[in-house]
Design a protein around this ligand. Structure first.
Ligand SMILES: [Zn+2]
Ligand SMILES: [Zn+2]
Length: 170
């Protein structure tokens, strides 16, 4: 029912789309998906179900992902876990619904592209700033050394722009 690998994760809902209360399990995996600039999903497993609830389909899933990005301070490549749940309401295109059109996903036919929905939810849950560790010291702005690995003898006061300004008040 589900294809493995890549970003394809198609779920066939033909057996539940006309049967209230019916549900199908979903289980799939995304691999090597470029999510945003400098954020790559190495692997994301998606598991859950799609259930016919009152004529609409409710997708509930758990995502457990590993993402590759760079530390916001020292730029070192890091791999971070990203785990979250999401739920979406899926409505057959053209079908009448009381649900707010902005909060539902319309689909056609009997195949749901769960991969695409999961990627959209990964984008919503990813942080814009990851650090290799909470106390990352970053890169010396003067000599460019990674201060987590080495210390340098640079005089930070000299290059602090506030001090530069003060020096000009002569
Ligand atoms: Zn860092
Ligand atoms: Zn330095």
């Amino acid at each position: 029912m589900m294809q493995e690998g890549g970003a394809d994760m198609i779920c066939d809902v033909s057996t539940i789309v006309n049967t209230e209360g019916a549900q199908v399990a979903l289980e799939g995996c995304l691999e090597s998906v470029e999510l945003a600039c400098d954020i790559e999903v190495i692997k994301a497993s998606v598991s859950g179900s799609i259930a016919n609830s009152g004529g609409v389909l409710v997708l509930e899933a758990e995502v457990s992902a590993e993402i590759k990005t760079s530390c916001a301070r020292c730029l070192k490549e890091i791999v971070m876990p990203l785990d979250f749940d999401f739920s979406e309401t899926l409505v057959l295109s053209g079908q009448e619904t009381d649900a707010d059109a902005d909060s539902v996903i319309f689909f056609e036919g009997t195949e749901i592209d769960v991969g695409e929905i999961a990627i959209n939810n990964l984008l919503l849950n990813v942080s814009t700033k990851y650090l290799c560790r909470d106390d990352c010291k970053g890169i010396c702005p003067k000599c460019g050394k990674n201060l987590n690995e080495v210390s340098c003898d640079c005089d930070f006061f000299e290059i602090d722009p506030r001090w530069e300004k003060l020096k000009n008040f002569k």
